[in-house]
Design a protein around this ligand. Structure first.
Ligand code: AHR
Length: 502
């Protein structure tokens, strides 16, 4: 049985989906940095300057626009000076948040910028407000971005003469929790103080991201907008961060049931009201939407895979995650006027990853393929969409069955659609409002709700061409287009319509 649905795509509305909304997050946590991105120059695993080639190539292939580092909770315990200079002399520390392991600081500032250079993405560095001094915070910016200063001399001595370009700079992380357990009033004052000393050197202009709310803590946003961001005027901060995970604590990532599926997709759809709620408060102070939201931690959080370190947050990744990722990215697109940055958590081997590694092996996850299917939304102009489809009901709850967004770039229209139904296909008619062109489609789908890639079966789930979308042209070839076709249960489909022949 398939349910009937209707999707209407409007003309581009002038809002650009910023590239940085498809960002990634890499923390010193478990095997995200060490073994995930960084194996060291002497490793037998193919690498360039210590960065593993397979992983770097994978992130290049999805046009990764931005990478957030060094945390997370780790950021407010990180003392950047421990991570520069000769590696054998770098002090060690205990990573108290994540497994109590010894951090040898062999991956530090220089290595991070090298990783971003190889991937071709913008660096997003989070400064330490929770346990660091203003001086340390200020000198890090000087070290990274200045010329002709004492910190620039130190950087040159450590092998990098030229300043790096750094735009995105976080003023603490989760300072309402692991980053110092502060009240919003106290943090707002601290953010202004620390932010003051994060200087713009030469032509480098920082876009400072203050710590924003934990999920639906509206009060935090209210206080930060009132006290922390210069009354909502552009100046002190470019954005407030926002973190919200989709939790499922009853079973592991691969133990997918109708219950887990419903709960996860329901919480994914709830990202819409989360972003709308913070946007509403921000709009009171900043109606022109100069200050953005940086939704820089989102995604699923399951109990860790059996037999792995509970502090390493290692989880598998299935079609359940892929559909959630598509819902999340579609909703982020819909809020493109306020969401300037978004980073799924995290890039490799931690939470809802793009890639998992084991020794020299790497597998790409279903979530990775969603990012691949969505990458042409980056920098595109948002097209409003209207969806007419039945809701999925469970007990007294109901959620939408379809998640859709559309954008236009260089004359091509991209429609991304996820069917969140556990067992019903959607028979969809698309009205493209007079758009002309030829459609091609791709699909991410698996027979099993827990379809996933593992080291022995790395190609179980992958994006494939999809012939299930038919194009009709009113009045013959070249006329306005309508599309129709099946969006199977638990699948993600990307449709590209380009003017001219395929
Ligand atoms: O992503 C894992 C952790 O979740 C981050 O370190 C922290 O910011 C959040 O609580």
């Amino acid at each position: 049985m398939a349910f009937k649905a209707y999707v209407q795509v409007g003309k581009p509305n002038g809002t650009i989906i910023r590239r940085e909304t498809q960002g990634q997050f890499a923390e010193h946590l478990g095997h995200c940095i060490y073994e995930g991105f960084y194996v060291g120059e002497d490793s037998a695993i193919p690498n360039v300057n210590g960065m593993r080639t397979d992983v770097v190539e994978a992130f290049k292939a999805i046009d990764t626009p931005i990478l957030r580092w060094p945390g997370g909770c780790f950021a407010d315990e990180y003392h950047w000076m421990d991570g520069i200079g000769p590696k054998e002399k770098r002090p060690k520390m205990i990573n108290t948040h994540w497994g109590g392991v010894v951090e040898d600081n062999s991956f530090g500032t220089h290595e991070f910028f090298e990783l971003c250079r190889q991937i071709g993405c913008e660096p997003y560095v989070s400064g330490n407000v929770g346990s660091g001094t203003v001086e340390e915070f200020s000198k890090w910016v000087e070290y990274m971005t200045s010329e002709g200063t004492p910190m620039a001399e130190l950087r040159a001595k450590n092998g990098h003469e030229e300043p790096w370009h750094l735009k995105f700079f976080g003023v603490g992380n989760e300072n309402w929790g692991c980053g110092g357990d502060m009240t919003p009033e106290y943090y707002a004052d601290l953010a202004r103080r620390y932010g003051t000393y994060a200087r713009n050197y030469g032509t480098n202009q920082l876009y400072k991201i203050a710590c924003g709310a934990n999920g639906r803590n509206w009060e935090w946003t209210e206080v930060l907008m009132r006290k922390g961001t210069n009354g909502g005027r552009r100046g002190a901060f470019g954005a407030l961060s926002l973190h919200e995970y989709v939790w499922w604590r009853k079973s592991h990532a691969t133990e997918v049931s109708e219950d887990s599926w419903f709960s996860i997709q329901r919480d994914g759809f709830a990202y819409d009201s989360l972003l709308a709620g913070h946007d509403r408060i921000m709009t009171k102070y900043d109606p022109e939407k100069n200050i953005g939201l940086s939704f820089d931690e989102w995604g699923t959080w399951f109990p860790v895979e059996p037999g792995t370190n509970p502090g390493f947050l290692y989880q598998q990744n299935t079609m359940q995650d892929a559909v959630l990722a598509a819902i999340g990215l579609n909703i982020i697109n819909a809020h493109a006027d306020r969401v300037h940055v978004a980073c799924i958590a995290q890039a490799v081997n931690v939470l809802q990853s793009m890639a998992l590694t084991r020794g020299a092996d790497m597998v790409l996850t279903p979530t990775y393929y969603v990012f691949k299917m969505f990458k042409n939304h980056q920098g595109a102009e948002l097209c409003p969409t209207f969806v007419g489809a039945p809701e999925i009901k469970k007990g007294l709850e109901s959620i939408p069955s379809l998640s859709v967004s559309a954008s236009q770039r260089d004359g091509a229209l991209l429609i991304t659609i996820a069917n969140a139904s556990y067992d019903e296909d959607a028979d969809v008619d698309f009205d493209l409002g007079g758009f002309r062109g030829m459609a091609t489609a791709q699909i991410l789908q698996h027979d099993a709700p827990n379809g996933h890639n593992d080291f022995d079966t790395p190609n179980e789930v992958a994006v494939k061409p999809y012939s299930g979308i038919a194009t009709r042209m009113a009045g013959g070839f070249g006329g306005p287009v309508t599309l129709s076709g099946l969006i199977p249960a638990r699948s993600v489909v990307a449709i590209t319509v380009k003017p001219g022949r395929r």
